[in-house]
Write a protein that binds this ligand. Structure first.
Ligand SMILES: [Zn+2]
Length: 272
């Protein structure tokens, strides 16, 4: 179906098993080839799903250039002239929980999962649009957590406006006090995941909070600097020493300590 608006369109097609974008998957799984086969049967998404996806087309028109200006220096060209949104029935049984993923200039969406996803679809789309902007060259460094952290940083700082420079963590450095309306934190909390050692590798919202803490306490431009380094293939973990004044793991320990202290203060304040 051709979009009424310029720039992007929704193409309806059959599910084809692809790579995935999942909360705990590595970023490498985001980079997959798009579907090659044409539709073989009519696919009719529900009006509610279709409405969400059509709304997200307008989101792309606004946020694709905006994210470019947020993450790159002035004059940086958009990586693609067009962005494509591909709505599919689902991604097959092995990827049953995958809602969406980005590859090159396309965002693939599972109608099946959009219908039941617990959190904000449009916010998730901002995360995926950020991946279209990123287009980093391959890196020999461990960057998956940072790629996903930057995408969630854009989502939570600029779109949802709910980013925090601390995490709610208990004495065991596990997330604590999150509700289902913060699904990623809630999931990690239910699993009792300790964030003490290299917790930033949990990526996504955890990493985005860490990046925001670095921004407010170490270098206000650190996210853009890291993004530009990634895009030039110049990222190394030593950049955290340059911009943050400590190794990645030392900075993470400092962040966890600050989060723990903030949680204790909040808990004490909350007592009657
Ligand atoms: Zn992602």
């Amino acid at each position: 179906m051709k979009n009424r608006l310029a720039r992007c369109f929704v193409r309806l097609t059959l599910p084809i098993l692809l790579g995935c974008f999942m909360p705990l998957a590595s970023h490498a799984a985001d980079n997959v080839d798009g579907p090659a086969k044409p539709a073989q049967a009519e696919f009719k998404p529900s009006p509610a799903v279709l409405a969400r996806v059509e709304q997200s087309q307008r989101l792309v028109e606004t946020w694709y250039p905006l994210i470019n200006s947020l993450l790159f220096d002035e004059g940086h060209a958009l990586p693609f002239t067009d962005v494509e949104i591909v709505l599919m029935p689902g991604f097959g049984p092995e990827l049953a929980n995958v809602v969406a993923y980005a590859s090159d200039n396309s965002i693939y969406i599972s109608a099946e999962q959009v219908a039941v996803m617990p959190d904000n679809f449009q916010a998730m789309m901002v995360h995926e649009i950020t991946h279209i902007n990123q287009q980093y060259p391959p890196s020999k460094q461990q960057v998956g957590w940072l790629v996903e952290g930057i995408a969630d940083y854009v989502r939570h700082k600029y779109f949802e406006k709910d980013i925090g420079a601390t995490l709610q963590i208990n004495a065991q450095d596990q997330l604590s006090g999150y509700q289902p309306d913060a699904p990623y934190f809630f999931m990690l909390e239910k699993q009792g995941i300790s964030l003490k050692e290299q917790g930033y590798l949990k990526a996504y919202t955890v990493a985005s909070s860490f990046l925001y803490w670095l921004e407010v306490s170490k270098d206000k431009d650190i996210v853009k600097k890291l993004n530009v380094a990634l895009s030039k293939g110049e990222y190394t973990p030593e950049l955290f020493i340059v911009y943050g004044g400590g190794t990645l793991d030392i900075l993470w320990q400092e962040f966890v300590g600050a989060s723990r202290a903030a949680t204790l203060v909040t808990a004490a304040t909350a007592k009657p």
